[in-house]
Design a protein around this ligand. Structure first.
Ligand code: SAM
Length: 214
């Protein structure tokens, strides 16, 4: 359960009363655990997957971008919500994204997705399409730099979603001073003070920030 800041019973209830993963997503959850061990905790939660599909359906992006693909749960969720556009994925790991590629094929959405491997600060800098919808879920220390690259490319009215911004609730605990928590607080402050955007943090999973380019 990723919503560590919620009462565990409430967190369980939310997941149990959201649309459940279909057999293919269940299979991906199982394979990710078997193939990546402890790293499987990086996978988005099932309720987040539903949320990403729904947001994609509602916004109908032509150009969607994901930074941080791992084994493919979030990309599959976004791609399934597309109605004609393309999802451009960025990740550094061929090993982990090879699992994602297999599931894109199984789900019949591989033709809606491109994957660029390499450090995303470099590959994203070379990406020059106007972005309608973006999901950021990669190395947390680079969030401010990814933010600038993505906001620069986001069209007015476009939406950027950023994962893990409550960092298990530690951002709101003054006693927590580890570098990732401090960095996440600085990121959240940076976004709130940016006059180019409107922002709200949703307490879903580990915290999901919704950022609309004004
Ligand atoms: C939290 S996981 C993403 C989870 C994924 N969204 C899902 O639903 O399963 C973070 C991913 O970021 C990738 N990553 C880490 N550093 C990166 C970098 N510098 N450039 C691109 N990708 C990076 C990792 O390889 C990993 O797959």
């Amino acid at each position: 359960m990723k919503s560590e800041f919620l009462d565990p019973a409430v967190a369980r209830y939310i997941v149990d009363h959201s649309t459940q993963p279909d057999p293919l997503l269940e299979q991906l959850i199982t394979e990710t655990l078997a193939a990546t061990g402890d790293s499987a905790g990086m996978q988005i939660t099932a309720d987040q997957g539903v949320f990403l599909t729904m947001i994609t359906q509602l916004t109908a992006p032509e150009v969607a971008v994901e930074v941080g693909t791992f084994t493919g749960y979030s990309s599959l969720s976004i791609a399934r919500g597309l109605s004609g556009g393309t999802l451009h994925c960025f990740d550094v790991s061929d090993q982990w994204t090879s699992i994602a590629r297999r599931y894109w094929e199984k789900a019949g959405v591989a033709d809606r997705i491109t994957l660029t491997l390499g450090p995303a600060l470099e590959t994203l800098a070379a990406f020059d399409l106007p972005i309608d919808l973006a999901f950021l879920d990669a190395d947390k220390g680079n969030y401010p730099a990814y933010y600038e690259l993505l906001i620069d490319r986001l069209r007015p009215g476009g939406l950027l979603m950023v994962d893990n911004t409550l960092w298990s609730g530690r951002v709101a605990d003054p006693a927590e001073s580890d570098s990732v928590t401090v960095g996440m607080r600085e990121f959240n402050d940076l976004v709130r003070e940016d006059p180019r955007v409107t922002v709200v943090i949703l307490p879903i999973a580990d915290g999901l920030t919704m950022i609309r380019r004004n």
